[in-house]
Design a protein around this ligand. Structure first.
Ligand code: ADP
Ligand code: ZN
Length: 722
């Protein structure tokens, strides 16, 4: 038999199918080892045939075949073609998406537990063989037990003697490494009429893609769980995606309570062993629900009945490494292949998705009420310009302090949110204006008081705290901006008896880091949780009645067409953490631009007006989805190599423009806003196009212009333009 093999080298020069002879047990989807260019490397079998078109002496045999059950499900091959074609990556690179990395490198394998059982054969034991007699008695009584503890008790000599005499048999069972999950409210709920209506709408909807626009606390999770339960009953499987790793333990707790071992979790925060075991549980059919972050869209499930993407607007659903895919696009392909529904849910749908719904290409379910008619929290605007005039230099407005006082005295909890992106504590010399910057990256450093050092948030480099300005030798160094740490310090001064915890990239470490902090807060072992983006989404803490947003307008000042949308989403999501159960919730939103219309809509929870305004604006200014922003990045160690590649990219695209200038709204080459990251220089060609028609050519140009010294890649409507 002959196998068509894709070798696991993601390089355009070997991006084709190779043929090997193979043993008869080989199946399509198996991983194999093959000789290739004088080495033995891994490959994937994508097809089998009885005959080969090549001469017999030209065909080499595969070295070995792994996987009794093929690791790749048949659907992988159609997705592989789509992804390779759409994002212009080698087929091997798209196949890699379907396998956890530790499986490809062969680093992790199953772990087994040795067990021993009584065979029913009575051995003849001499009187002297006391240990054997005792061990046999215990084994006969239990019938079957773990091997190691038995040998510890009676000695391995005695136990092995029983095996030799045929009285006992050793066997192995697979041990699953199971990830931790949170406890929480896992009771099954009776659906409200709105929830039931949503489930029914989706099941009967003629649309492939259906959007649930439901305010925070409207019970979307319960809708998802019901759809999943229905699909399991039909014998099908389901994929359930959530945006943040920190959300998965809570979701998994609910799924485990409801579906037991049928739910498996997949994400990068797991240990390699855990991920390996969870992955095989899905592949073997033991588990039928894959839950996880973005990469779980590649779960090895067959016969999928529903794909759910919660918080669909979240930017983490876009991959920032090659292939730079959009999770919704992949999900749609899988839904088409399996003939199932794709369900997108959000309190603040992305403008793109909502347009699809309003223009009749997606089904739409709208939930305007919180469960039990609980009101959405009142949002109070604190005008920080007035605070400054009043002589309050603090990061906390008077309104926020008063509300905090009241919340704490009632024994409730508060969340303080800082939109730290681009607004952290930097060190400035007040004499000459020097700002401490990273040596490897073109960004300013952030002061960390706990370690008394400066850190770069892009590459992680650490620097000694400065005692004097390196530029003018002056000693008047000042911190500017607000970091989470500084806020915690201020809060502890103002509320000395409050228990405060902080959650950001610096306090979250290890694979259970998020989970531990959230658990601590959920168990009310802390009164105030201070954090960044990480705490904005999804969490359901019943005792939280106050949310403070310290710098609501920071993200408004990014020069990016999405900044308004992002600000609206952030405020709505963070506010949604307040008042979910007991007392009515409140939100204090601090801003320097209280008259801004985005903030006005957010305060009223007026998604519709926000949306209409946004659409009008984007249509008029020709921003996505009414155009396509295409950024071609050029990243290199050496400036001259980067510039050479940049020139090639620019002139190649300029040729397209010469033919069809009407499609180009904007076109130029420039330094990227951050000129250097990890000692690599960054340039870009930025194009805004009226249509998608030249996209494929631009991807091709990126591949052609990549050299050993310069990486060139395409980003479509990038979420982050730094
Ligand atoms: P969302 O995801 O829309 O923000 P959740 O799914 O977290 O909302 O639900 C909000 C709260 O309402 C949760 O505490 C949940 O347990 C509760 N809940 C949801 N559905 C019901 C129901 N049918 N009956 C009672 N409580 C419910
Ligand atoms: Zn750096």
């Amino acid at each position: 038999m002959f196998a068509q093999v894709i070798v696991d080298i993601a390089h355009s020069q070997v991006d084709k199918v190779f043929e090997y002879s193979c043993p008869p047990e080989t199946k399509v989807g198996c991983r194999v080892k093959v000789p290739f260019g004088g080495r033995i490397i891994e490959g994937f079998v994508i097809g089998l045939s009885e005959t080969s078109a090549f001469a017999a002496e030209k065909i080499k045999p595969v070295t070995s075949v792994y996987d009794e059950l093929p690791a790749l499900v048949p659907e992988c091959f159609s997705l592989m073609e789509n992804i390779a074609e759409r994002y212009r990556v080698p087929k091997a690179a798209s196949l890699r998406l379907f396998l956890p990395s530790e499986m490809r490198l062969g680093k992790v394998n199953e772990t087994y537990i040795k067990r021993i059982k009584f065979t029913g054969v009575e051995p003849s034991l001499s009187k002297a063989a006391k240990k054997q007699t005792e061990a046999l008695a215990e084994l006969k009584e239990k019938g079957d037990c773990e091997y190691v503890p038995l040998t510890k008790k009676y000695g391995s000599g005695a136990v092995n003697a029983l095996v030799e005499k045929g009285a006992a048999e050793i066997y192995k069972v697979k041990r699953n490494r199971t990830p931790a999950y949170a406890e929480g409210d896992t009771s099954v709920k009776v659906l409200t009429p709105d929830q039931r209506g949503a489930v029914e709408y989706i099941e009967n909807s003629p649309f492939r893609v259906n959007l649930i626009h439901g305010v925070t606390g409207s019970g979307k999770t319960e809708i998802y769980l019901n759809i999943i339960a229905d699909k399991l009953r039909e014998g099908k499987s389901a994929i359930f995606l959530v945006p943040e790793i920190s959300l998965t333990p809570q979701m998994l707790a609910q799924l485990r309570a409801r579906f037991g071992g049928q739910a498996a979790i997949l994400h990068s925060g797991l240990s390699a062993g855990e991920r390996f075991d969870e992955w095989w549980r899905l592949r073997s059919g033991e588990a039928k629900i894959a839950i996880g972050a973005r990469s779980a869209i590649f779960a090895p499930l067959e016969n999928i009945g529903a794909i759910i993407i919660d918080e669909e607007h979240d930017s983490s659903y876009r991959s920032e490494t090659a292939p730079r895919y959009s999770t919704v696009d992949i999900a749609r392909l899988r839904a088409e292949y399996n003939g199932c529904k794709l369900i997108l849910g959000s309190a603040t749908p992305s403008v793109e998705s909502y347009i699809e719904a309003t223009e009749g290409r997606y089904g739409l379910v709208t939930l305007t009420e919180r469960i039990n008619g609980r009101p959405l929290p009142e949002i109070i605007i604190a005008d920080m310009r007035k605070e400054v005039k009043r002589g309050n230099p603090s990061n906390l407005s008077r309104a926020l302090r008063e509300e905090l006082d009241e919340t704490l005295s009632k024994g409730n909890q508060a969340i303080i949110f800082i939109n730290r992106r681009g607004y952290s504590q930097t060190v400035i010399c007040t004499d000459c204006g020097y700002v401490a910057k990273c040596e490897n990256c073109d960004v300013s450093l952030t002061y960390h008081s706990e370690e008394n050092c400066l850190k770069c948030h892009y590459c992680g480099a650490k620097y000694h705290m400065l005692s004097a300005c390196p530029q003018c030798k002056g000693t008047h160094l000042r911190y500017s901006g607000t970091g989470t740490q500084r806020v915690v310090e201020e809060l502890s001064r103002l509320f000395p008896s409050a228990r405060i915890i902080r959650m950001d990239n610096d306090t979250v470490s290890g694979k259970d880091g998020h989970y531990k902090i959230l658990k601590q807060f959920a168990e009310k072992k802390a009164d105030i949780l201070v954090g960044t983006q990480m705490i904005a989404k999804g969490h359901d803490f019943p005792a939280v009645t106050l949310v403070g947003i310290l710098d609501a307008d920071m993200s408004l000042h990014f020069s990016d067409y999405r900044s308004g949308e992002r600000t609206f989403q952030l405020i709505t999501q963070v506010a949604g953490r307040s008042g979910r159960a007991g007392d009515k919730g409140k939100v204090v939103l601090q801003t320097y631009s209280p008259e801004n219309y985005i903030l006005r809509f957010a305060v009223q929870y007026d998604y519709k007006s926000f949306f209409e305004n946004e659409v009008k604006m984007r249509k008029a200014a020709l921003y996505p989805p009414y155009s396509l922003i295409c950024r071609v990045m050029v990243v290199a160690e050496k400036d001259d190599k980067a510039l050479e590649a940049l020139k090639n990219v620019f002139f190649a695209i300029d040729e397209i423009r010469a033919e069809d200038s009407g499609d180009f709204i904007f076109f130029n080459k420039m330094h990227s806003p951050i000129k250097r990251i990890q000692n690599k220089v960054r340039y870009q060609v930025l194009a805004r196009l009226r249509s998608q028609k030249h996209l494929k050519q631009i991807y091709d140009i990126a591949v052609e212009c990549t050299t050993p010294d310069a990486l060139v890649y395409v980003e479509e409507n990038p979420a982050n333009l730094s």
